[in-house]
Design a protein around this ligand. Structure first.
Ligand code: ZN
Length: 155
């Protein structure tokens, strides 16, 4: 188990476009493990590799329904629109309202190098889009309106 310190807003790595994974090898699988360990420790819904200081296109998402490990995730189609509250482990104590696609279809590679498709709606669609934004160097505060400090009860 390896829990990493989460990089916070102001660090340049969060503004960089992360590099695609060429080969899914043992070090990528280790990165997936470290991301999951760090995500669960921080009690978040998703975590992208740049958030632990690794500029690679790897993310993990778990909205409480099981872990999704996504390598080189790409949105191939999207539909609808929904606005909801978001926060980010890299922007502690801040929330805002973000409008995103309601349903997304994602193409990605799993930890065995297998190409896969995930169709997501609701919270999962939101979390996946938030994490893919991290790979593009975009933070939710770049998209959010009504940005505010989190009240104790919203934690
Ligand atoms: Zn985030």
């Amino acid at each position: 188990m390896a829990v990493y310190k989460i990089v916070e807003i102001g660090d340049e790595i969060l503004k960089e476009k992360a590099k695609p994974v060429k080969t899914v090898n043992a070090s990528i699988n280790k990165l997936l493990n470290n991301l999951a360990d760090t995500l669960y420790c921080a009690k978040g819904a998703g975590l992208a590799a740049p958030q632990i200081g690794v500029s690679k296109r790897v993310v993990v998402v778990d909205i409480g329904e099981g872990l999704h490990e996504l390598i080189n995730p790409e949105i191939i189609s999207s539909s609808g629109q929904e606005t909801d509250l978001e926060g980010c482990l890299s922007v502690p104590g801040i929330i805002g309202d973000v409008t995103r696609a309601a349903i997304v279809k994602i193409r990605y590679m799993d930890r065995h190098s297998k190409g896969k498709i995930l169709t997501a709606g609701g919270m999962l669609a939101r979390a996946v889009q938030h994490e893919i934004d991290h790979l593009e160097g975009i933070l939710f505060v770049d998209r959010a309106v009504n940005i505010r400090k989190m009240k104790q009860k919203e934690k």
